[in-house]
Design a protein around this ligand. Structure first.
Ligand code: AMP
Ligand code: MN
Ligand code: MN
Ligand code: MN
Length: 283
């Protein structure tokens, strides 16, 4: 089923997207998506709304989430698909992962204030749809609003990444816990956009082998966060590690330069699509 238009990675205003779960569902459907998952960061609060909206449109649905993990001192994202969003262990794990975000945001605001940008906490909050989920993206939107930078990407480059004023170290979930929460709730864990991490080859090898040892089964190959050459690179990595392949836009907003829902190329041939592992979980 390589040609199924599956989009299994995107965000609503329950995390750092700008559209409601219902509006993301509608946009996905209008773009021809046949199998959809909403994967908000560290949060399943939008899952029932997303599923209901998808089913009302006649679009198949898989529950989804994107979990923030710290691995080898860097932030890695693990997408969970097809799990039970009401499972108590994953619900608690995600609540714990979200828990440090407000403190972190206050520290980021303090650090921005020292760099001459006061009021960023309240400024970012204006863009937050879910008070439990204040993220760097919300700060980026505020810094664009007040004219410090021309777009969110520039804000990340100048302010919100390692070594820049406004960046605050943060400890997220463990890789083993994130994989266990997803698989323990009946789902499949997937390494999100591996091309985006700044790992050495050894660190990347460790990520894939440990992920697999913990029971992870998939990797994103075709994603809005990869360049075209990276589709082929990570298709090979998927084969090397015996992982299924996923596809998702990582869409956040119609106004920001992200890949549009449902418009990416199909998975390269010779891979097992992750949705083949999840047929019994598709709603
Ligand atoms: P956080 O979970 O608060 O660390 O925020 C991470 C989010 O920031 C990611 O999910 C992206 O939506 C966004 N992000 C990260 N890097 C960039 C970038 N270079 N340009 C635009 N958005 C970014
Ligand atoms: Mn995001
Ligand atoms: Mn991500
Ligand atoms: Mn994402």
């Amino acid at each position: 089923m390589h040609l199924l238009n599956a989009d299994l990675h995107c965000h609503s205003n329950v995390s750092d997207g700008t559209l409601s779960p219902e509006d993301v569902a509608l946009r996905a459907h209008q773009n021809g998506v046949e199998l959809w998952a909403l994967t908000d960061h560290d949060e399943v609060g939008g899952q029932l709304r997303a599923r209901d909206a998808a089913l009302a449109l006649g679009m198949s649905y898989l529950p989804g989430v994107e979990i923030s993990v710290t691995f080898a001192g860097k932030t890695v994202h693990i997408v969970g698909l097809g799990f039970d969003p009401e499972n108590p262990a994953i619900a608690q794990g995600l609540a714990d992962t979200r828990g440090g975000r407000e403190r972190r945001a206050r520290d980021m605001a303090e650090s921005l204030a020292q760099a001459g940008i006061p009021g960023a906490f309240d400024g970012a909050l204006k863009y937050v749809g879910n008070p439990d989920l204040i993220s760097r993206t919300h700060f980026a939107r505020y810094l664009v609003e007040i004219g410090i930078c021309k777009d969110p990407h520039e804000v990340f480059k100048r302010y919100l990444t390692e070594g820049k004023p406004g960046y605050v170290e943060h400890r997220w979930a463990n890789l083993s816990d994130a994989v266990r929460w997803v698989t323990g709730a009946g789902g499949v864990a997937v390494i999100a956009h591996p091309g985006r991490y700044d790992f050495t080859p050894n660190e990347e090898y460790a990520l894939f082998s440990e992920f697999k040892a913990h029971g992870g089964l998939g990797v994103e190959v075709v994603t809005g966060s990869h360049s075209v050459p990276e589709y082929q690179i990570y298709a090979e990595t998927a084969k090397e590690f015996g992982l299924a392949a996923s596809r998702g836009s990582d869409f956040h907003s119609p106004d920001e330069s992200h890949t549009e829902l449902g418009t990416l190329p199909a998975l390269p041939s010779g891979l097992t699509p992750v949705w083949d592992l999840l047929s019994s979980r598709i709603q």
